[in-house]
Design a protein around this ligand. Structure first.
Ligand SMILES: Cc1cc2nc3c(=O)[nH]c(=O)nc-3n(C[C@H](O)[C@H](O)[C@H](O)COP(=O)(O)OP(=O)(O)OC[C@H]3O[C@@H](n4cnc5c(N)ncnc54)[C@H](O)[C@@H]3O)c2cc1C
Ligand SMILES: NC(=O)c1ccc[n+]([C@@H]2O[C@H](COP(=O)([O-])OP(=O)(O)OC[C@H]3O[C@@H](n4cnc5c(N)ncnc54)[C@H](O)[C@@H]3O)[C@@H](O)[C@H]2O)c1
Length: 483
């Protein structure tokens, strides 16, 4: 069998793999990108975009209903079929011709099929018709195979044909009753979407809601899910699941009660897509996340580049931050550093250098598109304390800001800033409230650039915008008035 050679092979053409390949080509490398399903990956077809499209119409409707004068103009209900049609347009009806065209136009060789390692720097790709072809890389292989929904080991669950995020984001009709296991981001967003679109939703969350975020985020979002009609079953776990002959799904909870629905969505986290990648042929363990250094090189148990440093992993599969924007940030660094190393150019791998993903450790922004939204970056108060910082926590009600009171009648929201008292810089910010997602980037800049609080006073927010929350947080923190 002949083997075709490339400088770099990227496995997985999700948002992250595409960007690794693009940067490497721009850096002068002959690059192949292998994809077994749809070019664009999970984010375009079964995650970010369709989920946000399912949520947006309801968010706009609620926003109009929260402003007197506009409220009176809202005379009808949400148009479910129009929402689903709009969602389908974002996923291009699950066809990837446009994204595949972009890959080719970027100078990347697109290889359709399922890739498996057959040895160091070597892969075999199985096409849809079962034929296999072999490829080798002179410099590097980057694994960008993403993650899949994790099905917990609950008796009867797998047999009851549960939905994962894929079915929840691509459903063409709304089940009358939907139960959801999980209290994280997927569970909360899909509970919001499906309750708005007419399902009777029950959310089963063993640890409460959004439990890795600031506690007030889960409290506010939980209360608003209840207002939307979602039944919350918190601090209880599913013991077993049955799919009855009439199609109903029954979740038996560990408190002895049951939840019956038409569909059951499992939203309990992710598992790496490394189980069938031939990792055993290169000395790695199938099914594990691929641990990397800050230049996205896979590392061995001692933290050293694995097998001399030809293997990279970017995006969900390295488990640093399971978010598209953060994976793409890694991809830019990885594509550039692979090209720099291959061409013998300078490598900038010091913290915050051009070839590292330092922000993964310190400043990961995330917006949860619940109602209200949760926008956060950096450390929570609890995680900052755990990390050993001497902190001060400043809270402020966003509704007291003039811009928020104009934005929506009775605006309710909370902001928190976590300050490193030794350096007087911000470690983390969380905003909860309608439309706070669009305010997050200022916080990301403040945390990433470690802008001193004294200088932040000079970043004047425009009046009357909700960004005046910054001024209120600083005033609450206090400013030295001089001796
Ligand atoms: C419901 C949901 C909503 C989300 N919403 C957001 C959001 O709003 N914002 C955000 O930032 N993040 C969001 N995320 C997270 C985001 O979707 C992921 O972080 C992102 O998709 C990861 O991209 P990736 O390229 O690493 O993996 P993927 O997008 O999974 O791409 C991996 C690609 O590799 C291919 N592949 C796998 N194995 C092989 C193989 N052996 N050979 C060839 N090809 C292979 C797959 O087919 C796939 O196309 C959401 C996730 C979910 C589940
Ligand atoms: N807007 C966004 O940025 C966005 C939206 C959706 C998803 N995502 C990303 O996708 C990833 C996956 O989201 P997710 O919500 O599936 O995971 P998650 O880790 O956010 O939440 C998992 C939830 O499942 C619960 N859980 C775990 N095991 C369980 C079990 N055996 N029984 C009962 N409950 C169990 C956990 O307590 C938690 O509430 C996240 O890391 C997130 O970054 C991002």
């Amino acid at each position: 069998m002949t083997t075709t050679e490339y400088d770099l092979i990227v496995i997985g053409a999700g948002a992250i793999g595409e960007n690794v390949a693009d940067r490497a080509v721009q850096g002068g490398l002959r690059t192949a990108l292998v994809e077994s399903e749809l070019v664009g990956g999970e984010c375009s077809y079964w995650a970010c975009m369709p989920s946000k499209a399912l949520l947006r119409s309801g968010a706009v409707l609620r926003a109009a209903r929260s402003v007197e004068g506009a409220e009176e103009a809202v005379t009808g209900d949400i148009d479910v079929s129009a929402v689903l049609k709009r969602r389908n347009s974002f996923t291009k009806d699950w066809k990837d011709a446009g994204q595949a065209d972009w890959v080719v136009s970027a100078g990347i060789d697109l290889i359709r099929g399922y890739a498996r390692f057959i040895g160091p720097k070597q892969i075999e790709v199985t096409g849809a018709d079962g034929t296999t072809t072999r490829y080798s890389a002179t410099h590097a292989i980057a694994v960008s195979t993403g993650s899949a929904a994790l099905l917990p080991d609950i008796p009867g669950l797998a047999e009851s044909r549960p939905w994962t995020s894929r079915e929840a984001t691509s459903a063409q009709s709304i089940p009358p009753r939907l139960s959801i296991i999980g209290g994280g981001v997927v569970a909360v967003e899909m509970a919001t979407a499906y309750a708005t679109l007419g399902s009777a939703v029950t959310l089963i969350a063993r640890n409460g809601i959004l439990d890795t975020m600031e506690p007030f985020a889960g409290e506010i979002v939980g209360a608003s899910l209840s207002d939307l009609g979602v039944t919350l079953r918190l601090h209880t776990s599913p013991a077993s699941v049955d799919r009855l002959s009439n199609g109903d799904v029954v979740v038996h909870l560990d408190d002895g009660s049951t939840v019956v629905s038409d569909e059951l969505l499992v939203a309990t986290g992710r598992t790496p897509r490394t189980d069938d990648l031939g990792l055993e042929t290169i000395g790695l363990t199938p099914g594990e996340w691929l641990r990397v250094d800050d230049t996205l090189r896979v590392v061995d148990d001692n933290g050293e580049p694995f097998d001399g440093g030809w293997l990279y992993a970017t995006g969900d599969v390295n488990h640093r931050a399971l978010l598209t924007h953060q994976g793409k940030y890694q991809a830019r660094a990885a594509g550039d550093v692979i090209a720099a190393r291959a061409e013998g150019r300078a490598v900038f791998d010091e913290p915050w250098g051009a070839h590292v993903a330092t922000a993964d450790h310190r400043a990961v922004p995330q917006v949860t598109f619940s109602d209200p939204e949760v926008a956060s970056v950096g450390l929570t108060a609890a995680s900052a304390e755990k990390a050993g910082y001497r902190t001060r926590v400043v809270d402020y009600e966003i509704g007291n800001v003039a811009g928020a009171s104009v934005h929506a009648d009775g605006y309710k929201g909370t902001a928190r800033m976590v300050v490193d008292e030794d350096r007087r810089v911000i470690l983390g910010v969380t905003f909860v409230g309608p439309d706070v997602g669009e305010m997050l980037h200022a916080a990301t800049i403040a945390v990433t650039a470690e802008v001193p609080l004294d200088r932040l006073w000079h970043a004047v927010p425009a009046y009357p915008t909700m960004n005046e929350i910054w001024l209120r947080l600083l005033e609450t923190y206090g400013r030295p008035v001089g001796a």
